[in-house]
Design a binder for this molecule. Structure first.
Ligand SMILES: NC(=O)c1ccc[n+]([C@@H]2O[C@H](COP(=O)([O-])OP(=O)(O)OC[C@H]3O[C@@H](n4cnc5c(N)ncnc54)[C@H](O)[C@@H]3O)[C@@H](O)[C@H]2O)c1
Length: 436
């Protein structure tokens, strides 16, 4: 099938590449000229495991193309995906200016029946707005469909190619048939394709993200209790996770939920609920707890250094909001770094993939290391903010020889307390006893 994808970021590039891999002819469109030029030259613009090979193969075989021109990109397309940003607006509601701006332009361009698909995460009622924006400029027939994306950065290719489910909100039979054809290879492989009305599809995405964020936040509160009550959150996690009704996943406490989706989607759902005269109390609490949790490790650091961080120097491992991505949007590390700097500390950070983005964000406010051990030189303590695999089994001798003091503050519970005891470190983690 001929597919256009508008917006070539984390979702758009993965969507476009994976549909090309499935044999479709795909054109990805982006407003960012530099990005399009790089992609045309075969240079990938995000770090996502497994994506580069697929991207290069499909580019070479001519199934995957890139353009800045919306008109050129959507010409002949049977399906146009919108994978555009929906960042929080001034009051936290999803800002629809990118989606509605493109919808407006599409109305002036389309000259044949086409299915316009919202892949972005959008509030209930957006499909109607998209429909109106297009319809005010054209008499051409078209349909708007909601097909929310559930991929996770870091495993996006796998998630896209082998999803748990595909959700499609469609109202016309014609659009349903086209979406059915598009996803035929997925349903043949056993993936459930769940058809529903458009509003339910739009809400499904927010409900899924909010539920998952709530689950993690609940465990963060249990971790807070563990620290106060002398219990061990890892034991509690195993104990409750063994109950199938609860499940083992998303029970890991840490330094708060981050990333480009959870925080903004919870906020957007709370604001949408308000518009419909409903106070979503649980999600308001989730947001409050999260604000506190992302500074929880810094609170421990301040406490250890008796409230005086002025002139202290820290090594920081991990900037990305989670491992296997270069994405730092809403990463807890950003909040922690800002707070440490505010109190007069200096920081040398290392992240396997996210330092490029972090340099753009921090400039020279912090320094960046060549590797994880280089970051440690002369630091008063090591702080761990992202659970990259390469941080899990470090050479503790090397850590010891470079740090000024044998202290680790671990926001991701990478090490066993018994190991840290044996290694002789002062070790503070989340929801577990302090190793002195
Ligand atoms: N990142 C994720 O893990 C993820 C997962 C599921 C859903 N989503 C949702 O998908 C949507 C996109 O997220 P993302 O992370 O891919 O965003 P992103 O910021 O990585 O990518 C958006 C792209 O759109 C481009 N763009 C902006 N305006 C444009 C325009 N007028 N025409 C063409 N291109 C334009 C930007 O240059 C950018 O490349 C959001 O609604 C997000 O909530 C994201």
């Amino acid at each position: 099938m001929k597919i256009a994808v508008v917006g070539t970021g984390y979702v758009g590039l993965v969507t476009g590449t994976c549909f090309a891999e499935k044999g479709n002819e795909v054109i990805c469109i982006d407003i960012d000229q530099q990005k399009v030029e790089k992609l045309r030259e075969g240079k990938i613009t995000i770090y996502e495991p497994g994506l580069t090979d697929l991207f290069l193969r499909n580019l070479k075989e001519g199934r995957l193309k890139f353009t800045n021109s919306l008109r050129e990109g959507v010409k002949d397309a049977e399906i146009i995906f919108l994978a555009l940003p929906t960042p929080p607006g001034e009051n936290g509601s999803a800002d629809l200016k990118y989606i509605l701006g493109v919808a407006d332009d599409l109305g002036k361009i389309i000259d044949n029946y086409v299915v316009v698909v919202d892949k972005s995460t959008v509030p209930v009622g957006t499909a109607d707005k998209v429909k109106n924006a297009i319809a005010q400029h054209t008499k051409v027939e078209f349909d708007v469909v909601s097909n929310p994306e559930f991929l996770r950065e870091g495993v996006a290719v796998d998630d896209f190619m082998k999803p748990n489910r595909i959700v499609i909100g469609a109202e016309s039979e014609r659009a349903k048939k086209i979406m059915n054809d598009l996803y035929a290879t997925f349903s043949r492989a056993g993936t459930p394709v769940i058809y529903m009305d458009i509003r339910s599809a739009e809400l499904t995405k927010y409900a899924a993200n909010s539920f998952l964020a709530t689950k993690i936040t609940f465990m963060n509160e249990i971790a807070q209790l563990c620290e106060r009550m002398g219990a061990d959150v890892d034991m509690v996690r195993l104990g409750i996770g063994a109950d199938e009704r609860i499940g083992k996943k998303f029970l890991f406490p840490g330094i708060g939920i981050g990333g480009s989706c959870f925080p903004k989607d919870i906020f957007a759902l709370v604001m949408s609920a308000n518009e419909f005269d409903y106070d979503f109390q649980i999600l308001n609490a989730v947001m409050r707890v999260n604000q506190m949790q992302r500074l929880h490790l810094v609170t421990k650091i301040k406490h250890y250094f008796k409230g005086n961080l002025d002139g202290k120097h820290f090594a920081l491992w991990g900037l990305a909001f989670k491992p296997n991505t270069d994405d730092i949007r809403e990463a807890p590390s950003l909040y922690m770094i800002d707070e440490l700097l505010k109190h007069g500390a200096t920081i040398r950070a290392f992240d396997p993939e996210a330092m490029g983005n972090a340099k753009k964000y921090f400039g020279n406010k912090i320094s960046f290391a060549e590797n994880q051990y280089d970051a440690l030189e002369n630091a008063d303590a090591l702080i761990i903010a992202t659970e990259w695999n390469e941080f899990r089994s470090p050479d503790f001798q090397k850590i010891e020889s470079r740090l000024k003091r044998k202290i680790i503050f671990d926001g991701r519970n990478l090490f066993e307390n018994s190991t840290m005891q044996d290694q002789g470190f002062h070790y503070e983690s989340i929801g577990r006893a302090v190793v002195e």
